[in-house]
Design a protein around this ligand. Structure first.
Ligand code: F6P
Length: 374
């Protein structure tokens, strides 16, 4: 059956691509893809740094493809990062091209990418990524590339999957950091503001903030009024609890205000940052309390994946190969407990999965007395 399926679908060699920000679990997916593909008799190559390995081969003196065998993926399940590299610059759908007048235009170069995949003998692709990488995967599928997506991002903002791999590890580490801040906040009678990643979704802030017993959690889905946060802090201090923890999603913004954007470059998503510092300054001004801020940032992307993330990464990788062997293309592997299933890539990318305001996690936060800034 397995050798036959290789012939049936015309697949001899599959390429694996990891795109966008790294997330704990990428290596576990790669390992599962390689070991599962062996049962189909398929060769596996890793495309370095997103698609750069085939798209911009001149960048690699030692070749843009990495041979992935059971030997080369040995002992990587627990390792953070990705052994084949990743990038969140140079999106081939919006490739930055310098114009004669010096300006930079975003150009669709996916036709060239399709040709480059074929020229490298890649018959099918497992694309591991977030919304940006899976939007590229969807465009490639429409151009005839046999491709299956695997949902990765610490932000958990991908539609049509209950969870993405990387999220659990990020939340676990953020919670541990919040736990550690309690003692220093209490000892110094301070307000500690913790900024976490998550882009335009508040999943990391909400889950770690509740688990770490924060006093206030500010998420992009609920634009905040600093007066309400200050009131919550003052109420604590007046009750004889003279310290507070405030968790701020990097995408948090005041009512009527804008996101805190650090930079926007052609071919890349805008980079957020600074929301925590801003909130800390506002709290200091509104309450007069000694306030400090800390940015967890990329620390949330590193380290060993949790057991949960390892397991779903391995399941996703194996399921991606199973999908290709069953003749599927243009789909994303999704977690729909207790099973994994396949959803069209177009549906996964059509909108961002943000925190629903009526979900029980939000209700729980409110019932526990946590201020959500509204
Ligand atoms: O999407 C994952 C993520 O870590 C976001 O939470 C964050 O906004 C972004 O990537 C940061 O990306 P970069 O690698 O460009 O700093």
């Amino acid at each position: 059956m397995s050798r036959e399926s290789a012939v049936k679908h015309g697949i001899r060699r599959i390429g694996v691509s990891t795109g966008g920000g790294d997330a704990p679990g990428l290596n576990a997916v790669i390992r599962a893809v390689v070991l599962a593909a062996r049962h189909e008799g398929w060769e596996v190559v890793g495309i370095r740094d997103g698609y750069n390995g085939v798209f911009l081969p001149e960048l690699y003196s030692d070749g843009g493809l990495v041979s992935l065998t059971p030997e080369t993926v040995r002992g990587i399940t627990h390792l953070g990062g990705t052994i084949i590299g990743t990038t969140n610059a140079g999106n081939p759908l919006k490739f930055p091209v310098k114009q004669p007048d010096g300006s930079v235009a975003e150009v669709d170069r996916t036709d060239e990418l399709v040709k480059a995949l074929r020229a490298n003998g890649i018959d099918a692709v497992v694309a591991i990524g977030g919304d940006g990488s899976l939007t590229i995967a969807n465009a490639l599928a429409k151009k005839g590339v046999r491709i299956v997506g695997v949902p990765k991002t610490i932000d958990n903002d991908l539609n049509r999957t209950v969870v993405t791999f990387g999220f659990d590890t990020a939340v676990s580490f953020a919670t541990e950091c919040i736990d550690r801040l309690h003692s220093t906040a209490a000892s110094h009678r301070r307000v500690m503001v913790v900024e976490v990643m998550g882009r335009y979704a508040g999943w990391i802030a909400l889950h770690s903030g509740i688990s770490g017993t924060a006093d206030a959690i500010l998420v992009p889905e609920i634009p905040y009024d600093i007066a309400s946060v200050a009131e919550k802090i003052q109420e604590r201090y007046s009750r004889g609890r003279p310290f507070a923890i405030v968790v701020v999603a990097e995408g948090a913004r005041p009512k009527g205000g804008a996101y805190s954007v650090v930079e926007k470059k052609a071919g890349s998503a805008e980079r957020l940052g600074g929301a925590g510092e801003k909130v800390a300054e506002e709290i200091r001004a509104a309450t007069g309390h000694d306030t400090r801020h800390v940015v967890l940032g990329h620390l949330l992307r590193g380290g060993t994946p949790t057991t949960f993330d390892r397991l779903i990464s391995l399941r996703f990788g194996a399921a991606a190969v199973r999908a290709l062997a069953a003749g599927k293309t243009g789909v994303m592997v999704a977690l729909d407990p207790p099973t994994v299933r396949y959803v069209p890539l177009g549906e996964a990318c059509e909108r961002m999965k943000v925190v629903p305001l009526d979900c029980d996690t939000v209700l729980t936060a409110r019932e526990l007395g946590i201020c959500l800034g509204d």
